[in-house]
Write a protein that binds this ligand. Structure first.
Ligand SMILES: NC(=O)C1=CN([C@@H]2O[C@H](COP(=O)(O)OP(=O)(O)OC[C@H]3O[C@@H](n4cnc5c(N)ncnc54)[C@H](OP(=O)(O)O)[C@@H]3O)[C@@H](O)[C@H]2O)[C@@H](O)CC1
Ligand SMILES: [K+]
Length: 499
């Protein structure tokens, strides 16, 4: 799914108004109606109290439409107009007047007499139009909302959240009902406390505009993942499903390479060879009998040489950074032409030898976690700068960068893809090793590097989303990601079949 900037969303808005021959007020009525219908379905109990906090712009206007529709549908509605939210917009004023005509008064300071669990706060103070720091009055309203113990639903965006820069204060939403497009700011690490759940409401913006307007940002949602997924061909055999080579491990870190190798095979490739130091030989052969094993070095890898022809290579997991290992990795990378995923210690070795980055084959995939990312490309001021640096770094070195985070980012071909699956259960040792294994396994199955990275990250997160429902987040381990890969594939197959 495309992610547009606030100014592009305004363009979509204007194009829709002109092509569909409607007014801005009619579009606002449509947007408010979608919110109303969603709320009505989710909260059918007419005793529910909706306390709507409105700013004076169009986000506040949306809030007023919702308030009126709820009121006319016999819900209990309380409306507060928040001061210090700019000059009233035309459509805000029109809807404010309609509210009076419908006998719904604002700012009545009405005390709730209702049971607490039936109160819902609707946040319509600011939307995508926030363009300066929030002033004292609006801040107070935001704090009041946040300090409440009730369910908070934001219209379009959590009020106070900037679309293009770091936000210091914003509503902490349980649910954001956002119009037509998801927003980039929702996925940034610094904003993760502001949103628990996102629901995109279709408000019928112009389809041609959405299809044709270019953007650099995409959300890897279900549709996007389905497009990249390649089912196993009916005539497949282990020779056609690709051979993955996983290089890594050192004394005490053989688990990393074992996890990675298992994940590669479970992602669907035909054969897996693990290239490890001799100290891991019995461990890998015993823990993972499906793998073939090659060795180089005793307790750490000191040479990388083999006579097999893998279709993809994953390197770095548990490798260590002994000088001999570093030398072996650099020598190895110098001659590589095979599609490759570089992770962990192999990435660190590359960061100390930055000039090597340009020698990597085009579209080599790098999978750093935040610390490794910083070592590779330097630090960043905020999430927006980080995103921009990632995009530019991938472009400059003609590589694919998989920046692991709560919402993992894949930068390739001057585009940024934000993953939508995964959860805090993935914050566990070895989950990165598993991801590298999955992506290598997909590469071996002839996925393009971009598809392997984007779909691999999605699949990894989906396995965790399915898994934690049975294991809990606390008890979820990297091995569970591998165990639930099958369920993730089955879910994707079932969703595709439903279409
Ligand atoms: N496009 C769509 O798909 C549709 C969009 N719709 C809705 O419109 C929303 C965008 O509305 P919006 O442009 O009126 O801006 P909004 O966020 O309400 O802010 C209000 C105004 O406040 C001001 N202001 C800014 N910062 C401030 C501050 N710190 N402190 C005080 N004031 C501040 C600033 O005005 P200024 O003072 O700069 O003139 C700004 O314009 C969008 O999120 C969605 O809900 C739907 O109705 C229809 C379909
Ligand atoms: K809002």
């Amino acid at each position: 799914m495309k992610i547009f900037s606030a100014s592009k969303i305004r363009e979509a808005d204007e194009t829709t108004i002109s092509r569909q021959g409607i007014t801005t007020g009619e579009l606002m009525e449509r947007a408010g109606t979608e919110v109303f219908l969603w709320l009505k379905k989710r909260f059918p109990d007419k005793e529910t109290v909706f306390h709507v906090f409105c700013g004076k712009g169009n986000n506040g206007g949306d809030g007023l439409v919702v308030a009126r529709l709820l009121h006319n549908d016999n819900y209990k509605v309380v409306v507060d107009i928040v001061e210090g939210t700019g000059n009233p917009s035309e459509d805000f004023t029109a809807n404010f007047e309609k509210l009076e005509q419908n006998n719904l008064a604002c700012n009545t300071n009405e005390a709730y007499e209702y049971k607490k669990h039936k109160i819902i706060f609707l946040d319509a103070i600011f939307g995508i139009g926030l363009n300066r720091e929030v002033g004292a009055e609006a801040k107070e309203a935001i704090q009041r909302i946040n300090n409440s113990a009730v369910k908070i639903i934001s219209i379009d965006v959590p009020s106070g959240m900037f679309m293009d820069r770091k936000s210091d204060i914003a509503v902490h939403s349980d649910m954001v009902l956002t119009f037509q497009f998801t927003k980039l700011a929702f996925y940034l690490a610094g904003n993760c406390n502001f949103i628990k759940e996102i629901k995109i409401l279709d408000i019928g913006l112009d389809k041609d505009f959405i299809a044709n307007e270019p953007t650099q940002f995409f959300l890897t949602d279900r549709t996007e993942a389905h497009q990249r997924y390649r089912p196993v061909p009916a005539h497949a055999h282990k020779g056609t499903q690709g051979h993955a080579l996983i290089i890594g491990g050192s004394y005490g870190k053989i688990g990393a390479v074992t996890l990675s190798s298992k994940a590669a095979l479970k992602s669907g490739c035909g054969l897996v060879t693990a290239y490890i130091p001799k100290c891991g030989y019995t461990i890998v052969q015993t823990a993972f009998p499906e793998a073939m094993v090659l060795t180089g070095g005793e307790e750490h890898i000191n040479t990388i040489a083999f006579d097999i022809e893998p279709k993809a290579i994953g390197i770095g997991m548990g490798l260590g950074q002994q000088p001999e290992t570093q030398q072996a990795v650099l020598e190895f990378l110098k001659h590589q032409k095979t599609p490759m995923v570089i992770d962990a210690d192999a990435l660190n070795i590359l960061s100390y030898n930055n000039e090597w980055l340009n020698m990597l084959p085009e579209n080599t995939i790098l999978t750093p976690h935040p610390k490794e990312l910083e070592r590779l490309m330097g630090s960043w001021e905020d999430d927006f700068e980080k995103m921009e640096k990632i995009r530019a770094f991938a472009k400059e070195h003609k590589i694919i960068l998989v920046a692991k985070d709560a919402f993992t980012i894949v930068a390739c071909n001057d585009r940024v893809h934000i993953n939508s699956t995964g959860n805090a259960g993935l914050a566990t040792g070895g989950s990165g090793d598993v991801l590298t294994g999955i992506i290598t396994g997909l590469l071996a199955q002839s996925y393009s590097p971009a598809d392997a990275a984007i779909f691999g990250v999605y699949l990894h997160g989906l396995a965790a989303d399915i898994g934690v429902c049975e294991t809990s987040k606390q008890a979820f381990t990297a091995s569970d990601i591998i165990n639930y890969l099958g369920a993730a594939y089955l879910k994707i197959e079932a969703e595709k079949a439903q279409k």
